[in-house]
Write a protein that binds this ligand. Structure first.
Ligand code: MG
Length: 380
């Protein structure tokens, strides 16, 4: 690996962990963070959680696990090109979705709505809660005890109110400073990954069409190039060829433009990164406009497709009814959660236990729980 840039996050200069630990022997602290994420229970559950398509609808669609791996791949490429810390980038990328509820955004909306009186539910905060508190794997501390920089990167968004409760970690949302470049990369790599794989999954599902997609600048330009060069290529190979080129142009533009931003903002240290007048890791204005066009297309044609909306509706209902049942009678919870709930004093804390239980479910576990609770004749 080439030498890290001055503005990279050096593991030796980390602000440390919540609980002091001896330094790892053959790894850096950020490598250890990455490894802990991979060994976590929440990470394995990502295999059975989805964003847009419900898991059991087909085996070829992305799950949150394959999504996270794709984000990490893209993130590492960018980090290496900019001489930044790859392990920190990867740790943040792999952990970024750990707090997601089953069924993607519908699940999160339902939980947020039911938790409105009890502090709400937000998946970024929940990811942090998973790594700080909910994982129970180590004898000496709760959670995974990750470094400050990984935790900061995981917390992509946060309201000022919540930020105040988080102390040092929430500081940047109050004084409007920025996270590390590695954290900024994870953010953009997430977007590059889902825009591209949603095109892929959407086409495979038949929710969106090549004829329409070709009219978007990003897809159309690469499609024409591939068509020109490989005229007789069957669609099955043509589509992934176009998509891999789309990922490439987005990544190359991002690397070039970020290098330009580093110069423009005169960045020479991590401190300069934090205090720059804007985020540094970003695409050119032209690329951003193209991505926006693609996103708008996906929103109308894919995310609002009647079959996606039907799945969304069902998901919302499953999560809402599970919450209401457990909130109404906590004794319906499995014993460990029920004990945890009864140990809490306030309703706010009690309802948080219910939210944690539901958020931790995979899509299929949520459906099974729903069936056990509400379908007569099913085993409980
Ligand atoms: Mg994501």
């Amino acid at each position: 690996m080439s030498k890290l840039a001055h503005y990279a996050s050096y593991p030796g200069l980390s602000r440390g962990r919540l609980y002091d630990e001896p330094a790892p022997q053959h790894r850096t602290d950020y490598q250890r963070d990455r490894d802990r994420v991979i060994h976590s229970t929440a990470f394995r559950r990502l295999e059975y959680k989805t964003q847009v398509f419900v898991n059991h609808e087909g085996d070829l669609f992305r799950t949150r696990l394959t999504h996270s791996v794709e984000v990490a791949q893209i993130g590492r490429t960018i980090a290496r090109a900019l001489n930044l810390d790859e392990d920190l980038t990867e740790a943040i990328c792999l952990a970024h979705d750990l707090g997601h509820t089953p069924f993607g955004h519908a699940g999160q909306e339902a939980l947020n709505q039911r938790m409105a009186e009890f502090g709400g539910f937000e998946h970024n905060l929940q990811s942090l809660r998973v790594v700080d508190l909910l994982e129970e794997k180590y004898a000496d501390f709760p959670g995974l005890n990750l470094t400050f920089e990984t935790r900061e990167g995981i917390l992509k968004h946060c309201s000022v109110k919540k930020a105040r409760e988080l102390g040092e970690l929430g500081q940047r949302f109050i004084n409007k400073t920025h996270t590390t470049l590695e954290g900024q990369i994870a953010n953009v790599a997430d977007e590059i990954a889902y825009n591209n794989h949603d095109v892929d999954d959407g086409l495979r599902y038949g929710f969106i069409t090549l004829a329409e997609l070709r009219r978007t600048e990003l897809f159309g330009r690469q499609y024409d190039k591939v068509k020109k060069r490989y005229n007789a290529l069957p669609e099955k190979r043509l589509i992934p060829e176009v998509i891999r080129r789309m990922i490439n142009v987005m990544v190359v533009d991002l690397i070039n433009n970020s290098q330009h931003m580093l110069k423009q903002y005169n960045v020479d240290s991590l401190d300069d990164v934090r205090h720059a007048s804007g985020p540094i890791i970003r695409q050119s204005a032209a690329m951003q406009a193209n991505i926006l066009e693609l996103k708008q297309y996906l929103r109308v044609k894919l995310y609002h497709h009647y079959r996606v909306r039907r799945m969304t509706r069902k998901a919302y209902r499953v999560i809402t009814e599970l919450f209401d049942a457990f909130a109404d009678d906590p004794l319906l919870l499995p014993p460990d959660y029920s004990e945890k709930l009864h140990a809490q004093e306030s309703d706010t804390e009690k309802m948080r236990v219910v939210a944690d239980y539901i958020a931790g479910m995979t899509d299929r576990y949520a459906i099974t729980e729903y069936t056990r609770l509400f379908v007569p004749g099913e085993l409980s």
